[in-house]
Design a protein around this ligand. Structure first.
Ligand code: HEM
Length: 147
């Protein structure tokens, strides 16, 4: 039943692994291999990662947020609630960037004009995505390792 052996349900361990793989892939793609002159591969990686993340939000993280909303609203300044709210807000920003860039990329593929977004806004989206992951890790450690 357990991967990491914490109090977390298996699905959240799996979500953690998925999210780490996605952010690692994005960072390697953006800063090690670099998107220049391989825009099609870059767009494909970003669009695939965005769809996977969207599914993880709709099927795993979103339902957890809804389920625990009562506890968050009852004590919103509690450390766990603050981590959760900051994480969900950054996650929504990161995912919105991913959806907009992926949409532009996919529309461009048809007309053979590849353009996702401005370099600065894509870097901002990767920053939000990475900070979202760090807060997600914070959530995991706080609720499943420490508490
Ligand atoms: C870039 C986007 C995101 C990344 C990288 C990310 C990453 C993570 C990670 C690593 C965890 C810890 C593993 C777990 O407990 O499942 C987590 C948990 C969680 N995330 Fe996200 N997340 C993102 C977007 C979102 C969004 C958009 C929401 C809300 C709408 C959200 C809500 C949650 C919640 C509620 C949990 C706790 C799940 C539980 O009960 O354990 N996340 N996230």
């Amino acid at each position: 039943m357990e991967i990491f052996g914490t109090s977390s349900a298996l699905i959240y361990d799996i979500n953690l692994i998925i999210q780490i793989i996605l952010v690692t892939a994005f960072l390697i793609d953006a800063f090690v291999i670099k998107p220049k002159r391989r825009l099609k591969a870059h767009g494909t990686i970003m669009a695939t990662g965005t769809v996977i993340n969207l599914l993880a939000v709709l099927l795993i993280m979103g339902p957890s947020l809804i389920r625990n909303w009562g506890a968050i609203a009852a004590d919103p300044t509690n450390l766990g609630a603050l981590i959760t709210l900051a994480h969900a807000s950054l996650g929504i920003l990161a995912l919105s960037g991913g959806v907009v860039f992926s949409y532009r990329f996919l529309s461009g593929v048809k007309s053979n004009k590849l353009a996702c977004g401005k370099r600065r806004s894509m870097r901002l989206a990767i920053l939000f995505w990475t900070l979202g992951l760090l807060l997600g890790l914070g959530f995991y450690v706080y609720y499943y390792v420490l508490v």
